[in-house]
Ligand binder design. Structure first.
Ligand code: ADP
Ligand code: ZN
Length: 646
């Protein structure tokens, strides 16, 4: 992308922003967060805790903000950046992320820039002068650059509005993207104690959160923790029979013309699947770490700058991609853990419009993962942890409960459910009263001392007499062999389901299973527990059908590329208008070499197609239409609407 750091861009941006501001003031923009939200960002309301965060930071407070992907973290520092005097400095780990954000902010008419190695010497000098003058709203910088003495000297002379530390989990070794340079960021607090700091992350687990607060010296910062629920994502797991055909059917029936990500385990497979999708009329590109940098970049760029491209990728793809209109994330292979699954599926639907998380799951995956763990060089302790994570994920695949409930509970969040937007809620699976089986399994866990893993418990239940069991004298227990009438595999599945239901828990220290409080009423017989009739069949053979089968008319044939979001529109006329507006958006994006979504979000185009505004005033009321965008694009879009509607 070229909305880079050339200084001409900066000067344009600055001029426009000042104009916006003057007009804002003239029309009553008096520094009220709500006014700025409408005038600059084009949004009517704050989302979730945004308003509390924004007000806290504007007042000069430190904040630790934990929000899921797509929750709207950026606004939490972008809006205060406009309302506090001086320059806001945003620390970000990846150049791609900085470019995206700066590009989008400039479209809003803000004075934003990034400082990194792609800047020319002259460009950097000019930018530095602007900073010292306070002639810039937001500056994005990588942590290693920020902590250089030269840059700190520059900051000493710059009027500072705030520091925002994005992707703050990078400071923690517990997290998944540890960046040692983040550790140096404590200097901000020491050197500029009066400048508010706001750290943001989508990390769900508590040890990492605690680590962030400690490492960044934000112990006394106010914490804003949001729910991790992603209500617009529908979760679905189908049993694998013919994965290619299942994937094809899913895309054709529900996501023709949509952008999406398909995750595969191996590099080779990503290439095969991508090539094959293309032969079926679906535009797809592969992405994995083994491709040369040029190809990788080109494929990523197509995904971001074109519309309706599918990326078939290994887990190497995703970090630093914040494309808001990804309509589906499909897993053709089992992910590594629930954390990984949630992170990967979280890339769908950042814009808040409906999106799908679809997984195709087969017993073979389990074996591959198990062997992978068994054969790894990792210490035994680590292997235990990995096995438990795998086990929790399988529990998720096989659950009869609301999937959202299982996911959120895994992250320690109480969620009562049912959500009504996952496959188990929409098409309840056949279940049977498994109370007695659950009691048998749980007494066996109890009698063996609550310190063994599921394989061992299943062995004891089925009456195995291996060396370990005999040495522990567990062949003498009353529970030894009480589960003989079921195959071992079934017991493993029951144990996973109990784990998923929260009746048993795994001790992270030694990997043994123990009973939880929730087990008590089931053991006493006060509460029944329902199990999946055929545990190896998560959704009974109806792969590809699923919750949205009803709207399968949205383009059965290849090439009919009506995006799924358009199904919210009524009538051909609205759909035609939407297509036309989309084409206009793409043309404008190409001219400026920016992704289409920074011109207008899908939601904005949907609202245009549905309400068909005639005047600038009507247009300005729509989602995402702030003053600058109205000035830049209002006329062309109004013309297109008038022409199409007549
Ligand atoms: P995160 O960084 O938490 O993943 P973003 O800051 O990228 O999320 O925001 C996700 C999407 O939500 C963006 O498309 C953004 O424009 C939109 N958004 C953020 N805040 C609001 C709001 N108050 N109203 C409407 N849309 C919003
Ligand atoms: Zn549900």
């Amino acid at each position: 992308m070229s909305h880079g750091g050339d200084s001409s861009y900066l000067v344009n941006g600055a001029a426009e922003s000042e104009r916006t501001r003057r007009e804002g003031a003239a029309s009553g923009g008096d520094g009220d967060p709500h006014t700025i939200l409408r005038q600059v960002f084009g949004f009517d309301d704050f989302r979730g805790q945004q308003e509390q965060v924004v007000r806290h930071v504007i007042a000069g407070g430190d904040a630790l903000v934990i929000m899921p992907t797509g929750g709207g973290k950026s606004l939490c520092y972008q809006l205060p950046a406009l309302l506090r005097p001086g320059v806001a400095v945003v620390v970000s780990p990846l150049i791609a992320l900085m470019q995206d954000q700066v590009g989008a902010l400039r479209q809003l008419g803000l004075r934003a820039a990034f400082i990194n190695s792609t800047l020319t010497f002259g460009g950097a000098r000019e930018l530095e002068q602007e900073m010292v003058r306070g002639g810039i709203d937001l500056v994005y910088v990588a942590p290693e650059r920020l902590t250089q003495p030269r840059f700190l000297e520059l900051l000493d002379q710059t009027p500072l509005a705030l520091f925002a530390i994005d992707e703050a989990h990078c400071v923690s070794q517990w997290g998944h993207d540890f960046r040692p340079e983040y550790r140096q960021l404590t200097i901000l607090h020491q050197r500029y104690p009066d400048v508010p700091r706001i750290a943001l992350t989508a990390t769900a687990d508590e040890p990492t959160r605690r680590d962030i607060a400690e490492r960044l010296q934000l112990e006394s910062a106010r914490r804003f923790i949001s729910s991790f629920d992603r209500p617009n994502i529908t979760y679905r797991v189908v049993v694998r029979d013919n994965p290619r055909r299942q994937l094809l059917r899913f895309i054709r029936n529900e996501h023709a013309g949509d952008a999406g990500i398909v995750y595969c385990l191996s590099r080779k497979r990503t290439e095969h699947i991508a090539a094959w999708l293309n032969t079926q009329g679906i535009t797809a590109v592969p992405y994995h770490a083994g491709l040369d940098a040029g190809t990788r970049q080109a494929n990523q760029r197509r995904f971001i700058e074109e519309e309706g491209v599918v990326v078939v990728a290994t887990i190497a793809f995703g970090m630093g991609i914040d494309k808001p209109d990804v309509r589906f994330v499909a897993h053709l292979d089992l992910p590594r853990s629930i954390e990984a699954y949630y992170q990967e599926t979280g890339r769908a639907g950042r814009d808040g419009l409906p999106a799908d998380a679809w997984m195709c799951y087969g017993a073979g995956d389990v074996i591959i993962h198990q062997q992978f763990i068994d054969n790894s060089e990792a210490p035994e302790q680590q292997k235990w942890i990995e096995r438990n994570k795998l086990s929790a994920l399988l529990g998720y695949c096989e659950t009869t409960l609301c999937r959202r409930q299982v996911l959120l509970r895994y992250f320690g969040e109480a969620y009562d459910g049912p959500c009504g937007a996952c496959d188990t809620c929409i098409m309840p699976i056949e279940r049977f009263d498994g109370t007695e089986l659950a009691q048998k399994a749980m007494s066996c866990i109890y009698r063996t001392g609550q310190c063994y893993g599921s394989a061992y418990i299943a062995d004891v239940l089925t009456g195995a007499r291996n060396e370990r069991i005999i040495r522990a004298r567990h062949d003498q227990l009353s529970t030894h062999g009480i589960g003989r009438d079921l195959p071992r595999k079934k017991w493993l599945s029951i144990l996973r389901q109990l784990l998923a239901a929260g009746l048993i828990a795994v001790d992270p220290a030694h990997g043994g299973m123990r009973l939880t409080e929730r087990a008590r009423p089931v053991l006493r017989g006060d509460q029944p527990i329902w199990l999946r009739a055929d545990p190896s069949m998560p959704v009974s053979g109806k792969a590809g059908g699923g919750p949205k089968a009803a709207k399968a008319d949205s383009g059965g044939a290849a090439g009919a590329a009506a995006p799924s979001v358009a199904s919210a529109l009524t009538g051909e006329k609205q759909k035609d208008l939407f297509d036309r507006l989309r084409a206009l958006r793409l043309e404008l994006a190409r001219q400026q070499n920016v992704p289409p979504y920074v011109i207008f979000a899908d939601r904005t185009l949907l609202e245009m197609a549905a309400t068909q505004p005639r005047t600038a005033g009507q247009l300005a009321e729509l989602h995402g239409v702030g003053q600058t965008k109205l000035e830049r694009y209002g006329e062309v879009f109004l013309d297109a609407i008038a022409e199409e509607v007549g």
